[in-house]
Design a protein. Structure first.
Length: 305
């Protein structure tokens, strides 16, 4: 009876709504935990010559612009980006899990191997990328606005400092295509990244569970640990694509990600593709731990009602 209910249109809608809601809440929570280190990451990626290291960037940002206009710059579009991405990502992930399970001839998604969950994440990221790219572009520009004005004062002095005004400015000057600058590099980052992300999360949960437990019964701390591991794997595997994406979006480049990446390596060296990796890792540990904790327990609460 329960299987019939869950496989009915109403059951599918309810499951999709639960995934969507849980992803939204998890996405919002992780931003408030991690935004300062994300700001440092974007600044180091886009203007590496202006800062010695992560601590130098953090201190200068705090001293110059303070907490809300400095370290939490772009937090509104960041929350919008995270909620948009994670709501679509987790809703799509649930649907993709069912498709992959069907393709693997597995009746229950819970019985799917780690590789199946990883491939589900790869497919789900295709859909979430379209919601992420525009909002993340606005966020990155706001985070690096002061550096943009210092680096190119003539063309950037007029840029507005609020999310809504900057959004209107991009729309007026570049139209809808302006919001999708860096879309290719976002795809390159997101799809393989979420293959690793969900694969690492499900694989870690599988390792942490006791023989008599399901992965949903491992408890809050182990769930957070699995989330932290998945976040580290995500950023280490995709960071060069993220650096290229930030350069394209912040500097408004109209070039391919390949040419931008080759120029970075040629002029700054290979390790320039990992500028800002330390604040990203420090940011992602509490961020993804919070994301999955909120996601799993929101799903559990909603499924019990």
């Amino acid at each position: 009876m329960l299987d019939q209910k869950l496989s009915s249109p109403d059951g599918k809608f309810r499951n999709g709504f639960i995934d969507f809601t849980a992803g939204s809440l998890g996405g919002a929570a992780q931003i408030y935990v991690s935004q300062p280190m994300d700001t440092v990451k974007v600044k180091q990626q886009s203007f590496p010559q202006m800062y010695k290291n992560m601590i130098d960037c953090f201190v200068k940002t705090y001293r110059t612009d303070g907490i809300f206009r400095g370290l939490y710059a772009g937090s509104v579009p960041a929350v919008v980006a995270s909620v948009a991405e994670n709501s679509v990502l987790f809703a799509a992930f649930g649907g993709c899990q069912k498709v992959v399970a069907y393709a693997m001839n597995i009746e229950d998604v819970k019985d799917m191997p780690t590789l199946g969950h990883a491939f589900s994440g790869f497919l789900a990221a295709f859909f979430s990328t379209f919601t992420l790219c525009p909002t993340e572009l606005v966020k990155c520009k706001l985070q690096a606005l002061r550096e943009m004005r210092l680096h190119n004062p003539k063309s950037c002095a007029h840029l507005p400092i609020t999310p809504w005004k900057l959004t209107k400015h991009i729309m007026a000057t570049e139209g809808i295509p302006g919001f999708f600058r860096g879309l290719t590099s976002t795809f390159v980052r997101e799809m393989p990244g979420y293959f690793c992300f969900f694969g690492a999360y499900e694989g870690t949960r599988e390792l942490l569970r006791k023989p008599h437990q399901t992965k949903e019964e491992i408890g809050a701390l182990k769930t957070m640990f699995a989330g932290a591991v998945s976040g580290i794997i995500l950023w280490v595997s995709t960071f060069p694509a993220d650096v290229i994406k930030s350069r394209i979006q912040v500097n408004n480049l109209k070039r391919s990600m390949t040419s931008v990446g080759l120029e970075i390596v040629r002029t700054e060296g290979f390790f320039a593709l990992y500028n800002g990796v330390l604040p990203s890792i420090l940011r992602t540990i509490p961020a993804t731990a919070t994301l999955f904790l909120v996601y799993e327990y929101t799903k559990k609460t909603l499924n019990e009602n």
